[in-house]
Design a protein around this ligand. Structure first.
Ligand code: NAP
Ligand code: GLU
Length: 429
């Protein structure tokens, strides 16, 4: 019998906390502080375009399966839609819509000329062969040919995707339009116009923001105890760079669980182990096993959630012991938990600032490609560091001036810039 379920029809989020409601709550919070006009808030509460496509694929065993693929374009007021594509079983349209909105504020906060978008396919990439993933990626992007482009909407990697998927997508787009278009995606391999420094960029940005915040509190990175949830592109790079900078990484995790070592982990050895074990850190010798939930509540100085959203909620916030939380993931701390942490004096470095290094280097990749001029890694890292440190200081200044926490300060800057541009452009017709 043919399955009649429509995987893309979704009336409500299966998650306990609806990510889109959460994103709108953040927007309203910032709008209230900025005293924004209700009409502006109404516009910004809605994505400009939501696309869901069917992705029919022949599996390796000859069976045909159909997957849902989403692309949400939240706002292009400041420039082309920009944001990653996520492959993860928990992907929903509401989640992708929330993440697209976050991208709008992130790009605006960093002052880069982009709007916000996000894509996603609810699959666990670990359960597919490379050939199946290639067919899924190519068919997904072929269904979006009219919706994306280097001056329209520029995808990039997110959870479960990497330079490999970007190469397939760039090639599929190029073949379909009849000429090579490297600028249609960022986070590409170097061989086809990617940028040096992009792979480590988000983790490097996290390291920079943590370093700046500690410095403001008179603390150096040397010997600081850090726990990191998620050991993928972002968590892995952050762990490596913070370790190199002298911090002690006491715990890291992947989807199936984590590892803990009181005296600090040898991050190069953990990386090598994960590379041999389908990215999993579980079973790493000489470290104790720890659950993803217990990692969050470890006694440490800095906690870096670098996996999924809604990890620190009203349910576990009272057990959090870190004095600094750097949101490497998008949306890992709920609004309610954020308020509890702030009241306790915990510094929460918000996602739209802390993890912006990735999209900043995506922007630098796009600029290099459009100008046919490629930079060395030192220059890329320097330009990114300048933009990140500048944004950090603007957020600190805004927080001081408005007497608000760092998340609200980051939001008032990001949302404020978009609202101003929307006001100046006016409403068509
Ligand atoms: N990539 C970027 O440029 C970028 C930029 C800014 C922000 N971000 C955000 O950073 C976060 C991580 O992205 P990424 O690119 O690092 O993804 P990634 O490379 O796919 O890595 C994700 C990591 O999280 C782990 N994980 C998966 N499900 C988990 C769960 N339920 N609990 C705990 N850990 C889990 C994964 O383990 P397994 O490998 O075992 O699944 C992996 O270690 C996301 O929130 C993303 O939106 C990414
Ligand atoms: N997915 C990443 C990177 C987006 C990009 O480079 O366009 C993010 O959430 O910021």
């Amino acid at each position: 019998m043919v399955a009649t379920s429509l995987p893309f029809v979704e009336t409500q989020s299966p998650a306990h906390i609806c990510p889109y409601d959460q994103a709108c709550n953040y927007l309203e919070w910032a709008a209230k502080e900025l005293k924004l006009d209700a009409g502006i808030v109404e516009i910004l509460s809605h994505p400009r375009k939501v696309v869901t496509v069917s992705i029919p694929i022949k599996m390796d065993n000859g069976e045909v399966r159909v997957f849902a693929g989403h692309r949400v374009q939240h706002s292009d007021i400041l420039g082309p839609y920009k944001g990653g594509i996520r492959y993860h079983p928990a992907v929903t349209l509401r989640e992708v819509s929330a993440l697209a909105m976050l991208m709008t504020w992130k790009c605006a906060l960093l002052g880069i000329p982009y709007g916000g978008g996000k894509g996603g396919i609810p699959i666990d990439p670990k359960k597919f062969s490379v050939g199946e993933l290639e067919r899924i990626s190519r068919r997904y992007i072929s269904e979006l040919i009219k919706d994306i482009g280097p001056s329209v909407d520029i995808p990039a990697p997110d959870m479960g995707t990497s330079a490999r998927e970007m190469a397939w997508m760039m090639d599929t787009y190029s073949v379909n339009v009849g000429h090579s278009v490297p600028g249609v995606v960022t986070g590409k391999p170097l061989s086809i116009g990617g940028s040096l420094g992009r792979e480590m960029a988000t983790g490097r940005g996290v390291m920079i923001i943590v370093r700046e915040s500690l410095k403001d509190h008179g603390i150096s990175l040397t010997g600081v105890r850090i726990a990191i949830q998620g050991f993928g592109n972002v968590g892995g790079a952050a762990a490596e760079l913070l370790h190199q900078a002298g911090a002690k990484i006491i715990a890291v995790s992947s989807g199936a669980g984590g590892i803990f070592a009181e005296d600090g982990l040898d991050i190069s050895a953990v990386k090598a182990y994960a590379a041999q074990n389908r990215r999993s850190v579980v079973g790493f010798p000489t470290a104790k096993a720890i659950s993803n939930a217990d990692l969050l509540t470890l006694p440490c100085d800095v906690l870096i959630p670098a996996a999924l959203e809604n990890q620190i909620t009203e349910e576990n916030v009272h057990e959090i012991k870190a004095q600094f939380i750097a949101e490497a993931a998008n949306g890992p701390v709920t609004l309610e938990a954020n308020q509890v942490l702030e009241a306790r004096g915990v510094t929460v470095l918000p996602d739209i600032l802390a993890n912006a290094g990735g999209v900043v280097v995506s922007y630098l990749e796009w600029v290099q490609g459009l100008s046919y001029l490629f930079w060395d890694e030192e220059r890329v890292n320097k330009e990114m560091e300048y933009l990140m440190v500048q944004a950090y200081h603007k957020v600190m200044e805004e927080a001081k001036t408005r007497r608000v926490n760092l998340r609200l300060a980051a939001y008032t800057l990001g949302v404020g810039r978009v609202a101003q541009a929307l006001t100046d452009r006016g409403l068509y017709p």
